[in-house]
Design a protein around this ligand. Structure first.
Ligand SMILES: C[S@@+](CC[C@H](N)C(=O)[O-])C[C@H]1O[C@@H](n2cnc3c(N)ncnc32)[C@H](O)[C@@H]1O
Length: 194
């Protein structure tokens, strides 16, 4: 696997409430947190935003999925489904055209020109037409933390890459995350599958 940041979580510098509120969920959708890490966003989603929905929490790191499954069993979350999968390949058990909203938080920067198209193809498969792909990631600015600046994508670059897969940009918020000297550390960009 090219890119696995074992067990890292953005919980300390990204507000999961703010992220989920931005997605305008109705409450009965099928949602996926892809590269979910410890699953803190997926758990908040099922608890607060999707009482009638289904949440898939997907990660390639087996320990994260094992711990999340323990948490799910302890708390009887019937509609939170943890899936161990490498999203550069395939997400087993998820039907085509079945997901309303997919989210990747601090994951996409790890994909290169060699595998990012495979990732987008897999989301093109599982998302419904009109479904949304939301990406939160580090701005390509010099910062004292986060992944190397040269591997980060700007929103404009993502727009071009997703456009090639028939995803159209429908939203950009470039003012989220932690305070940095240049403003805020992250952006949220949302694409719709056409
Ligand atoms: C920086 S962490 C972010 C975790 C979580 N999204 C958050 O914001 O707290 C990146 C996560 O992506 C997962 N990941 C990286 N590459 C992956 C892949 N190819 N398939 C599935 N998960 C992957 C890692 O295992 C890790 O949990």
């Amino acid at each position: 696997m090219d890119h696995v940041h074992h067990g890292k979580s953005s919980e300390t510098f990204l507000d999961s409430e703010e992220i989920l509120a931005e997605l305008n969920l109705k409450g009965d959708e099928t949602f996926m947190d892809a590269g979910c890490g410890d699953g803190h966003i997926a758990i908040k989603a099922i608890e607060r935003y999707l009482p009638e929905g289904t949440v898939y929490a997907v990660d390639a790191y087996d320990e994260s999925i094992k711990e999340l499954n323990d948490y799910i069993n302890k708390n009887n979350f019937e509609n939170l489904i943890a899936v161990e999968a490498d999203i550069t390949k395939a997400i087993p058990g998820v039907e085509e055209d079945s997901v309303d909203v997919a989210l990747m938080v601090n994951v996409f920067h790890g994909f290169t020109s060699g595998n990012r198209d495979d990732v987008i193809d897999e989301f093109a498969r599982i998302l419904k037409y009109g479904g949304r792909m939301a990406i939160i990631d580090f701005k390509p600015l010099e910062m004292s933390w986060g992944p190397p600046t040269d591997i980060r994508y700007s929103p404009d670059e993502l727009e071009k890459i997703f456009d090639n897969h028939n995803f159209r940009k429908v939203y950009l918020n470039d003012d989220i995350g932690a305070e940095i000297p240049q403003g805020k550390s992250h952006y949220l960009i949302i694409f719709e599958k056409e």
